[in-house]
Design a protein around this ligand. Structure first.
Ligand code: NAD
Length: 375
């Protein structure tokens, strides 16, 4: 591995501070900054607090806590990032802001220093556009909270150099993460391949099935949380925004349809745990219905299909998708493992059945990906 660089972090909110913690805990020196003074002023105390919880939980020694804190420098401005070999931005999710930040950083840093974005939804090729060295730009997508979540999705754009990819991967693996390569496509792997878990459950809800029964069927199939419990955990508003973002980015394809039931849930303010009531929260889990296996097959068939549509676009592998879904969503198995369990004929015939019975505008949801049909 190339020598360990100093890591730069811009944006000291939820994600930026967590990302700074990840590298500092693993022994990297970190220089971090934020445009807003209160975020800079409170960063060290917030990190100390996060580390304190780990010490009291017996997961970190006091000596390691002190060493981690000593590796973080909070800087007043971007000029302090000059020595950094990898700079990760976790600022506001706006294309112009991210473009302006990278353009401002370029003249300050070494020509081979890497500029990484933690964007959840913006194309990395668009963020890199107009830079002098777009070849050193990529997405490093951490999950919330970064210290606890093992997965990082690494998305290069077409012009990202192989050295940039290899270094960002090596250094982030050295910080204890599992780094999965994925294409510069909307939602990367996890946010895209998760859509059917919610979408197909909402489709069943709209056909009269209860949220509690659907959830019980999925937990009986090994999933830690059913789709509705997961929406309640994330927040129906956040889930709707992610679904609408994917729907818009994918040409309004019905596979990403924001179902009216989800919109109604948001409109009614029944957002889940954070409002005290959701689709199923706070009710206790229900017993699985008699047709639990059929419900699980229906949802897994659409998960398999979405994963195959992504696979067909290139830039990732079945193993990469499976690992990302297990680590990013705590799924018991990835879509290709689900495919192996059910067998291709069962998945294809379930998709055909769903297509035949769906209302006309929803039929394309169930068109099988060419790679799924071809084998
Ligand atoms: N929150 C999540 O679950 C999550 C998960 C993955 C990725 N992301 C992405 O990470 C990024 C940050 O998200 P967050 O939830 O940490 O946001 P946040 O609002 O908690 O933090 C953003 C920080 O960036 C600072 N900032 C804003 N504009 C800036 C600029 N131009 N220069 C320097 N600092 C600036 C703000 O002062 C704030 O402290 C976004 O791109 C988001 O899409 C978020």
């Amino acid at each position: 591995m190339t020598a360990r660089p100093t890591i730069g972090v811009v944006g000291l909110g939820t994600m930026g501070l967590g990302i700074a913690q990840v590298y500092a805990q693993a022994g990297f020196s970190v220089i971090a900054t934020d445009a807003h003074q209160p975020a800079r002023d409170s960063a060290r105390d917030r990190l100390a607090q996060a580390l304190h919880s780990r010490v009291t939980a017996g997961k970190l020694t006091e000596a390691d806590r002190d060493a981690t804190l000593s590796r973080l420098t909070v800087a007043e401005d971007l000029a302090a990032l000059t020595p950094c070999g990898l700079i990760i931005e976790a600022i506001v999710e706006k294309l112009e802001a991210k473009q302006a930040l990278f353009a401002a950083l370029e003249p300050l840093i070494a020509p081979d220093a890497i500029l990484a974005s933690n964007t959840s939804s913006l194309p990395i090729h668009a963020i890199a556009q107009g830079l002098q060295h777009p070849d050193r730009t990529l997405a490093l997508h951490f999950f919330n909270p970064p210290p606890a979540m093992k997965l990082v999705e690494l998305a290069p754009h077409a012009g990202t150099s192989p050295t940039t990819i290899a270094r960002a991967k090596d250094w982030t693996e050295a910080a204890g993460k599992t780094v999965i390569l994925c294409p510069d496509r909307p939602g990367f792997i996890v946010n895209r391949c998760a859509r059917p878990y919610y979408g197909e459950a909402l489709a069943m809800l709209s056909q009269g099935r209860s949220a509690a029964e659907i959830d019980a069927a999925m937990t009986a199939a090994g999933y830690r949380l059913g789709p509705f419990a997961l929406i309640d955990l994330i927040g129906a508003d956040i889930n709707l925004a992610a679904t609408e973002g994917m729907h818009a980015a994918m040409g309004s394809h019905p596979r990403y349809l924001p179902f009216p039931a989800l919109k109604a849930q948001v409109a009614s303010g029944t957002l889940g745990r954070k409002t005290g009531k959701g689709f199923v929260f706070p009710d206790p889990p229900a017993n699985p219905p008699a047709d639990a296996e059929a419900i699980a097959l229906r949802i897994e068939a659409t998960l398999v299909n979405e994963a195959h549509w992504l696979l067909a676009e290139g830039g990732t592998t079945p193993d990469g998708i499976d690992t990302a879904m297990r680590l990013g969503l705590n799924f018991p198995r990835g879509p290709f493992e689900a495919l192996a369990r059910h067998g291709r004929p069962a998945i294809l015939s379930e998709l055909a059945r769903l297509r035949a019975t769906a209302p006309e505008p929803l039929k394309p949801r169930y068109d099988p990906a060419p790679t799924l049909e071809a084998k």
